[in-house]
Each structure stands twice: as C-alpha cells, then as structure tokens.
Write a protein that binds this ligand. Structure first.
Ligand code: FES
Ligand code: MG
Length: 578
C-alpha cells in the first residue's frame, strides 16, 4: 500500500507538547515528572498499551509481563510505550455477566485514548468480551490500533485424558449428576481443566473472537492461536509493538482497514471455525461502530456457504486450540476457505489479507479439514425467524443432536433463572424428552446483560434416563463452549414484551432449522389477548451503571450496543483544543 508518512509535527501528541505556551509547558513538565527526558517522547509516536490485566483474570495472567514485550517493540521502533490499564472482564467470575460490561470497556477504551496524548494503541485482550470491548472502543476513537490476543491456555488433563474448557466441565457435570463419577474424580477434574494462563482452549467465545479480530485484519497475521505461554507469544507481542509505531507514521487507522468486506471475512472465518454464538452479537456491534450495517442475515447467508472445517471442540469432537495452532492455525484455515474471503481486504500489517496468507499451509488435515471433508457441511450457525422470534434468534446446529433440527413439542416455561433452578431437577417435573424447555427474562434488559444461561440444564430425571439433548429456547446467550439444541438470543426479548413473553406451558413450539423457522402454534387472536394482558416486569436497576445500561442498550439482533455509542461509525471524534 502506498502511504504518505506523517511528519513528527503532525503527531496527535504534538498538540499537547509542541506549542510554545504555558499549557504545553505544564504538559511537558509533567511528562518529565514521569522520569522521561524530552528525547524520550518529542517527535515520537506515543503508543498506549491498553492492558486488561488484573489479578482477578487468569486468562490474562501473563499480560502484566507480556506488556513488557510490547514496550520493547515500541521502543525498538522509536515510539514511547505508555501502559494504560483498563477494566479486566474475566468471563468466569464477573456477575451477573461480563456482557453487562462489554460496552463499559468499549467506552473506557475510547475515552482513555481520546482524553490523553496518544498517537496509536496496542490493545491487549482475549477473554471473551475484552476483544470486542477493546476493538469497539478503538474503532470509535479511530486512532491506529493493533490487537494482541491473549492466546489459548494449555490443554487440560485428567488421568491422561484431555480436558477442554467449558465443554468438559458441562460433560462431566452431567456424569456427576448421573452418579457416574466420584467426588474425588470431580475435584481432580477441577484442578486439571485450567492449567496455565491464557483463554479457554476450546472454540469458545475467546478463540472465536480473537480469530475474528485476525480475520478483520486487526492483529498480526497468525497471532490469534499462539498459545499464551509459548515463547512465540512474547515475540508476537514485541512485533505488535513495533508495528503500532509504524502504523502511526502510516496513519493506518481502523477507518482505512475496516470495510464491509473485512466483516464478511470475519463472518466466513467464524463459520469455518464452528464459532461461538456470541460472535454474532459482537460482530454486529463492531461492524456498526465501523459504519457497516452487518445483520443476522449476513450470518445465515455465510452459514449456508461455508462449512465448519476446524475440528475443534465443541463442534469438533477431538482437538483443542493448541492442536489447531500447530496444524497451521488461522492462516492455514483461511487458506482453505480463501474462495469465500475478500483477499484484497487491508490488515494492520499494511498488506492485504491475501498477501498475509499467501504462503499459509495446513499441516494436519484432520484438525483443519478441507471443504470437501468438513466437520459439518453447513456453517456453524443458523438464524431462525417466526412468530416466536420476529427479529430472529440463533442456533448452533453443528453442536446439537441432528434429530432435533426439525422438532415440535409442548413448551415447559420457566419465568426466569431462579424459577429454572428451583424446578428443573424436581422428580415431579412434568417433562419428556420431546418437551421444549423455555427460559424467559435472560435478554439484554431482562437478564440483565444477557447472561450465558441459555444452555438450560436438562432435567435430572431425564439425564438419569440417558437423555443427552433437548430443544431449549431463551432470550439469553450461552457460553461458546456450550453445546446442545439451544435456541438463543430470541429477539425481541421477553422482558420488553416480545412474543416469548406470551408463550405458556403446554403450547406447542415447532422448530425447523433447514427452513429457518421457529413458531408457537397459538393463533393470532389468542396472542393478541395475551399481549393485552401482559405487564412489564419491574426495572432491574434504579441507579448506577446498570441504570445507564438499561436506558441505552439495544436488542440482541442489533448487537446490544448502546444507542449513544453507535453513531460515530469510526469517524474522527472532534476534540476541544485545550
Ligand atoms: Fe476467559 Fe474463557 S473464561 S476465555
Ligand atoms: Mg465464554
């Protein structure tokens, strides 16, 4: 790409430091207070390292030291690295759900960069919401930015058996509930399933989102699958630091990288990876920040065209992210689906995606399959619509029992999660394997924050009978490591009076994945009567961030972004000259 290089006096940070006036004197003297010399920062790109490290987030446990590698790279390339901590959203501990705070992180990222003398950014994230949160903020701010993915943790192990994050916890929990493994076994699994720093090493939301970041062109090529504790991860971090400095000189900002084609590439990759359903919400939100109107239909279209070729759990049966990395990683995968990609899309490297993967290879055809020999012939996700979900809902057909792709059965409705917990394991629950389990009030407003409660647990009495999958419907999300015939993200959600709010136990629900339908067999007049009688539940929050969230968050099919954040579309934000 032909680029005009910026001159040092065109740096954004020069606005703070260059003028010969009192205010700039004050700015400069305070930078010297950091122990820096004039030569450390004058005429040099100042690179923010937005680091989502915290002692409460083991997925980012290596980020405190990894930031030092980024700094080394920035210094080598003649920039000044400045580490800026941002909220660390650890998927596993943040309640009610890390999703409540994705937009919070995006705002924090945007405002950290906006308010301070920063020329470019290295974004350090990976645990689920941190990737979209950082990228959404960086897109809206519009400074040159490069993403450093945390990388997957090592494989889990129990008695020589491989354990995968999430998926195997769910699997062995069912075994434990059925009385087939002991308390001692369970404790050993607990200490063997997460063995190192790094993100979940199944194809959960973390691996899906970092792959998406790479496919969008926002990471160095090949970065997303490097295991967190591999020394190659140090090298990648340093290279990202070096590249961030160059991106500033080249003014390679997100608006020059991200086009509709970038997001279509990300969707195609997500499908080939057998992606987490959460990818839909985050990709829509990121695309709209970049001024691109990606919607549910783009996913459904891609899902019909691109097969799942990454044989990684939970869609695949055997392998984990480390295997995927050594089989050729995302570059290998993209080389296999190159005909579905826009190869002329730009990347942070300054080269096109096509150039980045020109020499990519696959080293294990069982881990990264060919299109002719896929894990699942159609894509990972299907978007269903009907009178139960007029604005759509999603299912991951590749991760559920194919017998349930076309199914009709009576609904068993749970009003909310506490109701579900109280009743699901009762022996007198009236339920059969054909029952459709329904959970309300799990959406963006009702959840609140759209928690990952959509993998409704199977009733204990059916688990004991050997039942392993049932149709489940909710307006919640589910973990990317979950599996089963779970229909999620029903929109509009029940809390705002969507049709899901009108469903009653015993109504027949019909699901038809091949024809992309989801309907309740209740006639229109009856639904109108129920709608007239419906009253809204009380507000979830009276004050604080929760109240702001409730006031501004959008529905799932719109990406759950705040209405007040969706307007900039990557345009440069005007800043007062103070
Ligand atoms: Fe951090 Fe899964 S909990 S990536
Ligand atoms: Mg997750």
């Amino acid at each position: 790409m032909v680029t005009r290089r910026k001159s040092p006096d065109e740096l954004r940070s020069a606005r703070w430091f260059a003028p010969d006036n009192l205010r700039s004197f004050l700015h400069r003297s305070r930078v010297l207070q950091l122990g820096l010399s004039h030569s450390d920062y004058e005429g040099r790109p100042i690179i923010a390292i937005v680091n989502t490290w915290s002692e409460m987030n083991p997925c980012h446990g290596h980020f405190r030291e990894r930031a030092e590698d980024v700094k080394r790279g920035v210094l080598q390339a003649g920039g000044l690295p400045i580490e800026l901590p941002a909220i660390s959203l650890f998927e596993s501990l943040v309640k009610p759900t890390a999703m409540l705070y994705r937009n919070f992180l995006s705002m924090e990222t945007e405002e950290l960069l906006r308010s301070q003398p920063i020329d470019g950014a290295v974004l350090m994230g990976g645990c689920d919401k941190t990737t979209p949160g950082l990228l959404m903020g960086a897109i809206s701010m519009g400074l040159p930015a490069i993403f450093v993915p945390a990388g997957p943790m090592l494989r889990g192990n129990w008695h020589g058996r491989t354990l995968g994050s999430g998926s195997d916890a769910f699997k062995y929990w069912d075994e434990r509930r059925a009385g087939r493994i002991s308390r001692k076994d369970w404790q050993e699994i607990e200490s063997g399933i997460a063995r190192s720093a790094g993100t979940c090493m199944t194809m959960g939301t973390a691996s899906t989102m970092t792959a998406i970041a790479e496919a969008m062109g926002m990471t160095l090529s090949g970065a997303s699958s490097i295991p967190a504790v591999d020394v190659n991860h140090h090298r990648m971090a340093a290279a990202a630091g070096r590249r961030a400095v160059e991106m500033v000189w080249e003014d390679l900002a997100p608006r020059r990288i991200l086009r509709r084609e970038s997001f279509e590439n990300a969707i195609a990759v997500a499908m080939a990876m057998g992606c987490s359903t959460n990818a839909i919400i985050h990709l829509i939100a990121m695309a709209r920040r970049a001024g691109t109107d990606i919607g549910l239909d783009d996913f459904d279209r891609a899902s019909r065209a691109v097969p799942v070729i990454a044989n990684v759990r939970p869609s695949g049966s055997t392998y984990l992210m480390e295997d995927f990395h050594f089989a050729g990683g995302l570059r290998g995968l993209m080389s296999r689906i190159a005909r579905h990609l826009h190869l002329d899309a730009m990347t942070v490297s300054g080269e096109t995606l096509g150039a980045c993967i020109a020499d990519a290879e696959v080293y294990d055809d069982d881990v990264i399959r060919t299109e002719a020999n896929p894990i699942y012939a159609e894509g990972a996700l299907a978007v269903l619509r009907g009178n139960l979900a007029p604005d759509g809902c999603v299912i991951k057909p590749s991760a559920c029992d194919p017998r349930l792709h076309v199914h009709a059965g009576p609904a068993l409705v749970f009003e909310d999660y506490p109701d579900l917990k109280a009743r699901i394991d009762r022996d007198d629950l009236e339920v059969t394997p054909d029952t459709v389990l329904v959970l309300r009030n799990g959406g963006p407003l009702g959840g609140p924050g759209m928690p990952e409660i959509g993998m409704i647990p199977l009733p204990a009495k059916l688990v004991r009978q050997g039942v392993r999958d049932m149709v489940r419907i909710s307006d919640a999300r589910m973990s990317g490591t979950s599996y089963g015939a779970c229909i999620l993200h029903v929109s509009p959600e029940s809390y705002v009076g969507g049709p899901l709010a009108l469903l009653r136990t015993g109504d027949v629900v019909a699901v038809d994945v091949p024809n992309r339908r989801i309907d309740m067999r209740v006639d229109g007049a009856e639904l109108a009567r129920r709608h007239a009688a419906w009253t809204a539940p009380p507000p979830r929050y009276e004050r604080g961030y929760g109240a702001i969230f409730a006031q501004h968050v959008g529905q799932a099919h719109d990406g759950c972004d705040f209405d007040v954040l969706r307007t900039d579309h990557g345009r440069a934000v005007p800043e007062p000259d103070v």
